[in-house]
Write a protein that binds this ligand. Structure first.
Ligand code: PMP
Length: 406
């Protein structure tokens, strides 16, 4: 099977491989996306030609490594339209980004009775860090409900923004339902009440142009490995005034101004939040990923993904006994589903034998699974490099599984 209709596929070497003797049909992009050759090359070239630690060395390699690493920060700052590059903190991913806000921003502020508002559709990364700091302070985490179609009930979110709420968190795009949340509207409601809003952009960054200034949020987290970059990379963007007030979460080298046994003074953001040797090659790779995505352009990405979503939705709806979760009007190309009488894990295992990679499980979203009353779903998540023929392959593989089990 070749998928020549999509000119971008050839940029991703792994897409040419086979699994169990069948062409790979990779539909697990919400979990992690594949990497284009330019990203692989950037990481490879860094280790071959430039490798040195950043910020510490004045020798040529040290300077080149620092400039490549800091150059990636400039690219990321432009990618999300941050007002300044100093507001972009490199993290290992969204999880570390949200934990940084939980421990550096929320923990020192929370008092007994305070609340952190999230939504029913959050990933555990946007629930558990808040619960950990709530448990230490006597605060609690509350959630705004969603409709059965998987849309946030905005009035219910706004109604919960009482003076007890010290911070709100919402996912930009749901990793299970694909729902695109109305972040601008939510940010406006938070802003008028003086409540900072954190947006989990893990699933948005590969699909939508991100403009943190236009969104009007206060914190924005994203993951590099879903954005066609290396694993172990991500960013936290935060408003400069908030970063200035936040004590560091990790201490160590590279984040200080002066250290003595009488006390330590800290560097300014972003370095205050980047203790120790970072994933330098990873961020160089992430910079290359951002260049690559900009080269493809979100117009092309959006057009391809909209076509795939419409095609895949119609194709899956035609499968007898298939239940689709997530029918939001604004939706990314993520399709969660169950088939009558077939466990999601069995389905994913059998689909793998046909070369089709989908995720099965709770998708780190237990509260959402509880809302739908299911332990798990299967999930096909698409990227701009997927093609309609892969959706056909998924549907054909499902038909085979149903025959086998029926
Ligand atoms: N939030 C969402 C919506 C996600 O989908 C994920 C990854 N599945 C995360 C947060 C966590 O990202 P990471 O594991 O890269 O830190």
């Amino acid at each position: 099977m070749t998928f020549d209709s999509n000119p971008y596929r050839k940029d991703f070497p792994i897409l040419a491989r086979e699994v169990h003797g069948k062409p790979l049909v990779y539909l697990d992009n919400a979990n992690t996306s594949q990497k284009p050759q330019v990203v692989i090359d950037a990481v490879d070239r860094f280790y071959r030609e430039t490798n040195a630690n950043v910020a510490r060395a004045v020798h040529s390699l040290g300077e080149a490594a620092t400039s490549a690493y800091e150059g990636a920060r400039d690219k990321l700052a432009r990618f999300i339209n941050a007002p300044t590059r100093d507001e972009v903190i490199f993290t290992s991913g969204t999880t570390q980004a949200i934990n940084t806000v939980a421990y550096s921003y929320a923990l020192p502020r929370l008092q007994p009775g305070d609340e952190i508002l999230v939504t029913t559709m959050e990933h555990h990364a946007n629930i558990v860090p808040w619960q950990l700091v709530a448990a230490r302070t006597g605060a609690k985490v509350i959630a705004a409900p969603i409709t059965p179609d998987g849309e946030l009930i905005v009035e219910e979110f706004v109604a919960r923004l009482t003076p007890r709420v010290k911070l709100a968190g919402v996912t930009h795009v749901s990793n299970v339902l694909g729902t695109v949340n109305p972040v601008r509207e939510l940010a406006k409601a938070c802003r008028t009440r003086g409540i900072p809003l954190l947006v989990d952009g893990s699933q948005a960054a590969p699909h939508l142009p991100i403009d943190v200034q236009a969104l009007g949020c206060d914190f924005y987290a994203l993951t590099g490995h879903k954005l066609f970059g290396p694993t172990g990379t991500g960013i936290l963007w935060a408003r400069k005034d908030l970063l200035a007030e936040m004590p560091p979460f990790f201490g160590g080298g590279e984040m200080i101004r002066t250290v003595s046994f009488d006390g330590t003074t800290f560097a300014d953001a972003p370095h205050k939040f980047e203790a120790g040797t970072p994933n330098i090659a990873g961020f160089v790779g992430l910079g290359a990923a951002v260049d690559y995505v900009n080269g493809v352009g979100f117009e092309a990405i959006g057009a391809r993904e909209r076509d795939l979503l419409a095609y895949a939705t119609a194709a899956l709806e035609s499968v007898p006994g298939l239940r689709l979760f997530g029918r939001a009007k604004e939706k990314a190309a993520v399709l969660s589903f169950l088939i009558d009488g077939v466990h999601a894990h069995d389905l994913a295992t059998l689909l793998d034998h046909e070369g089709v990679a989908v995720r099965s499980g709770h998708h780190c979203a237990h509260p959402l699974m509880q809302f739908y009353g299911v332990p798990a779903t299967a999930r096909a998540s698409l990227a701009f490099y997927n093609v309609r023929e892969e959706v056909d392959a998924l549907v054909a593989a499902i038909a085979k599984v149903r025959k086998l089990l029926g």
